[in-house]
Design a protein around this ligand. Structure first.
Ligand code: TMP
Length: 211
């Protein structure tokens, strides 16, 4: 099963993915936790280029192609083999990030992005996507007060992040079956519980649908 996590900066995805992975492992499930960009050795090198604050001259076209290159390597080398081996794959960001950030954020043509991402992934879609929902300003404040490295994508104007957020809202409206909205504005523990409960309900619904 392929599960992705999306959300604005500072939504706490990384912490929560780790906790959901521990929960699934405690149930005896096989789990692969990974991320985009940077889930493979080659992807890590691409992540470095994408996030280097010195690369402020990068064009939006170069940016999308680098995210797509990372994704193509990641899907081919890691995600598809893990899914074929029956693992649950938890991935921090996927195609929806490209639509939200490069499409709605940068203003690149959405049909072109769809073609590029389809080429990169071979059409692989998540079974379930969690949206860790936090207001843009609250997420940015959380990120600034944290001990995390600030990268090139953290240095945009606030209007950029607002467009990204609205992009996510549009994506959720288009495909509500796949998305689960999690209120990320709460304590780590409370968000963790929401994720576990939502996951448990999702699995129960799937089992009921297949009977
Ligand atoms: P993160 O790993 O800390 O979430 O940082 C990844 C950054 O890259 C974040 O600002 C979102 C951005 N991003 C895109 O703009 N497009 C993409 O396709 C992906 C995967 C990430």
């Amino acid at each position: 099963m392929f599960i992705t996590f999306e959300g604005p900066e500072g939504s706490g995805k990384t912490t929560q993915i780790r906790r959901l992975a521990d929960f699934l492992l405690s149930q005896g499930r096989q789990v692969l936790t990974t991320r985009q960009p940077g889930g493979t050795e080659i992807g890590l090198q691409i992540r470095h280029i994408l996030h280097d604050v010195h690369n402020s001259a990068m064009t939006p076209e170069a940016e999308i192609l680098l995210y797509a290159a990372d994704r193509a390597q990641h899907v081919g080398q890691l995600i598809r083999p893990a899914l074929a081996a029956g693992q649950i794959v938890l991935c921090d960001r996927y195609v929806d990030s490209t639509i939200a950030y490069q499409g709605y954020g940068r203003g690149l043509d959405l049909d072109t992005l769809a073609k590029i991402t389809k080429f990169a992934t071979g059409g692989l879609q998540p079974d379930l996507t969690f949206f860790l929902d936090i207001e843009v300003s609250a997420g940015l404040a959380r990120r600034e007060s944290g001990q995390v490295e600030m990268n090139r994508m953290d240095l945009q104007q606030i209007a950029f992040y607002e467009r990204v957020y609205q992009g996510y809202e549009t994506l959720i409206k288009k495909d509500p079956q796949r998305w689960r909205r999690i209120d990320a504005n709460q304590s780590i523990r409370a968000v963790q519980e929401q994720l576990q409960n939502t996951w448990t309900a999702f699995i129960a619904d799937r089992a009921a649908a297949s009977n």
